[in-house]
Write a protein of this length. Structure first.
Lengths: 313, 301
């Protein structure tokens, strides 16, 4: 029995009682299973860490790099299974190695022209996924195994995993707190920050490593291909609604937690993959935020145009 | 040496699956190399990443509802490509919007996979693997011919729009001022990239086509500053990577061809890092200084 089949069989366990709309009873039913308790614990840790790290990722416009670090967890998981070590090591080592590879490339120059970083990120991503595919092919447990690490199943999370996720998550947030202020500065205006003596390149390396750790964490819940939804969507939704840093970061965490809890509950009551459930909630929130912003702008427009043009200047 | 090579050549060319793979692979690589050059130049590699994932969902959606998956592939990618360009400013979409949309679209793909495996008792859950990671050794003669024809069409379309697209990519504002339809070009280009991605999804797979787009183009951009030399170089490196990968996996069947192709492309990119700009002089003399001057003049007017 390998960890792939464990994941796959645990994911397909069906509930005893159907959804009843009696929220207290439903919650009680779900939490009567230890695997569901662990799913909620791990999901909450990951939602907070991925949300906050993702907030900086969206601000720094490094969505492509974040996606690449997220999918690097796939070769990590499959490679670890192939050589028979704890997949946790695989997740973190591959994501952090990919972070260093991307950090080695230059940050994009302002304005147009050849963007080295995007080419490097693309190469790293394709090569990482190809490695994952190689590991799966070499390991002959091919049949159902490939879908669990790709699309997620958090219903096989152990107590040790929850503790590790919590420890790594805490370390990630501590590093982020330490570099938060200069990172925010250099994310908002890189040129001015460098002129003021903020080490932009060093910060970028540290941030990519933090992003790699967060992506490796999240991929154990949502699956390597759908982690990105936990990283990008809550932050994109919050930054769409407000431009105040502290408020939008708090909103990011709230949205991330809601989508993750909703996703876990939804995945418990039917057979669709957990990653799909979480990303559906997040994407729904993102669309609503866009709709709300669009309506707000439309309502404001007549007031703006009612003013005489010269009065503004 | 020559005799040895001919023996090798007749060895693998005797296999029909290898001939189909070479035909489909070469055609895809040419198109991916040409499209990749502009994608890297325009910092739109992320868009092709998104299109690859959309291709997967398109194929799985078509499977789940009982259509030809190739139809699903191409409709999904072309529509998404045009839509992404249409929503973005000046035909270049915003990364966060792309990211949010395609993360969910990929989730939708996994939903279709579950739908497919539960609805069709015969549908096994590995049906998606060939779309995720390609099945170039499993391509039939008619599939290979169709891939080749569509890829050739995409190549011609890219070459036809190459000059204005280059202008619009290098200096958007000036190009727009000179009357180049920047937005329309951006949409048309991403629609063609959608076609290329749909073809590449069948050969190297939806998740790996990014490598065939980013690595050869990245290497070409590092090796030379001359636009049309780099464009040709990008296509050449992509084709070479596909040939090397196919041959490697032919002689070492435990290694999947998609992995070999990606490794060859990655190696080509790493080699270009080791040889920064030294090739520029060699390439310049090869292409001819007069031609280079001609290109510069052509860009200016």
């Amino acid at each position: 029995m390998n960890s792939f089949t464990v994941l796959a069989s645990a994911a397909s366990s069906s509930p005893d009682a159907p959804w009843s709309w009696n929220l207290a009873a439903d919650l009680h039913d779900m939490l009567s299973y230890p695997f569901m308790v662990n799913a909620f614990r791990a999901g909450s840790i990951v939602a907070v860490v991925a949300g906050i790290v993702g907030w900086f990722m969206v601000l720094r416009k490094q969505a492509f790099a974040g996606h690449t670090l997220a999918v690097s967890a796939f070769p990590g998981a499959t490679g670890a299974t192939l050589i028979g070590i704890n997949p946790m090591f695989g997740y973190f080592s591959f994501s952090l190695a990919a972070a260093l590879a991307i950090a080695a490339a230059a940050r994009p120059r302002r304005g147009g022209g050849f963007n080295e970083e995007s080419a490097v990120v693309g190469v790293v991503q394709a090569f990482a996924l190809a490695c994952g595919f190689l590991f799966v092919s070499l390991y002959n447990g091919f049949s159902t195994s490939i879908n669990a690490p790709l699309f997620g199943s958090s219903f096989a999370i152990t107590n040790t995993q929850v503790i590790t996720l919590g420890g790594v998550g805490l370390a990630t947030l501590l590093v982020l707190t330490a570099i938060g202020r200069p990172l925010l500065f250099s994310s908002v205006d890189a040129d001015v920050a460098i002129a003021r003596g903020v080490p932009g390149r060093g910060l970028n390396v540290v941030f990519l490593l933090v992003l790699g750790a967060a992506a490796a964490e999240a991929s154990q819940i949502a699956g390597a291909l759908l982690v990105f939804s936990m990283l990008v969507m809550p932050a994109a939704t919050a930054q769409r609604l407000t431009s105040k840093p502290a408020l939008s970061m708090a909103l990011t965490v709230v949205f991330g937690l809601l989508a993750t809890w909703g996703g876990i509950a939804l995945a418990y009551y039917q057979l669709y993959p957990l990653g799909f459930c979480i990303s559906s909630f997040s994407f729904g929130g993102y669309l609503l935020a866009n709709l709300a912003t669009a309506t707000r702008l439309r309502q404001r427009r007549p007031m703006v145009s009612a003013k005489p043009v010269g009065a503004v200047a | 040496m020559m005799a040895h090579e001919t023996v090798l050549a007749t060895g693998f060319l005797a296999e029909p699956f290898m001939r189909h793979a070479l035909l489909a692979g070469t055609a895809t690589a040419l198109a991916a190399g040409l499209a990749g050059y502009f994608l890297v130049l325009r910092s739109q590699v992320f868009s092709s990443d998104a299109l690859g994932h959309v291709a997967y969902t398109g194929a799985l959606g078509a499977l789940a509802f009982g259509f030809d998956p190739r139809l699903g592939l191409i409709i999904a990618t072309v529509a998404t490509g045009a839509a992404m360009a249409g929503l973005g400013t000046r035909g270049r979409p915003d990364d966060v919007a792309i990211g949010s949309a395609f993360a969910w679209i990929l989730g939708l793909g996994s939903f279709f996979l579950t739908l497919y495996t539960t609805r069709h008792s015969g549908g096994d859950s590995t049906a998606n693997v060939s779309y995720l990671f390609g099945s170039i050794f499993g391509i039939s003669a008619s599939q290979a011919q169709l891939v080749a024809v569509i890829a050739a069409g995409s190549c011609i379309a890219i070459l036809a729009m190459a000059r204005p697209l280059l202008f619009a990519s290098l200096d958007e504002a000036v190009a727009a001022a000179r009357g180049v339809p920047v937005r329309l070009l951006g949409m048309g280009f991403l629609a063609i990239v959608g076609v290329v991605c749909a073809e590449a999804a069948q050969t190297v797979g939806a998740l790996l086509l990014l490598g065939l787009i980013a690595a050869p183009a990245g290497a070409a951009h590092r090796l030379t500053d001359r636009p049309f030399v780099a464009l040709a170089l990008s296509a050449a490196i992509a084709v070479a990577a596909v040939w090397a990968g196919l041959l490697f996996s032919y002689y070492l069947p435990t290694i999947p061809p998609s992995f070999s192709i990606m490794s060859a492309a990655t190696l080509a990119y790493l080699a270009s890092l080791a040889a920064p700009r030294v090739a520029d002089h060699a390439l310049a003399s090869w292409a001819g200084a007069r031609k280079g001057a001609h290109i510069d003049a052509g860009l200016a007017d």
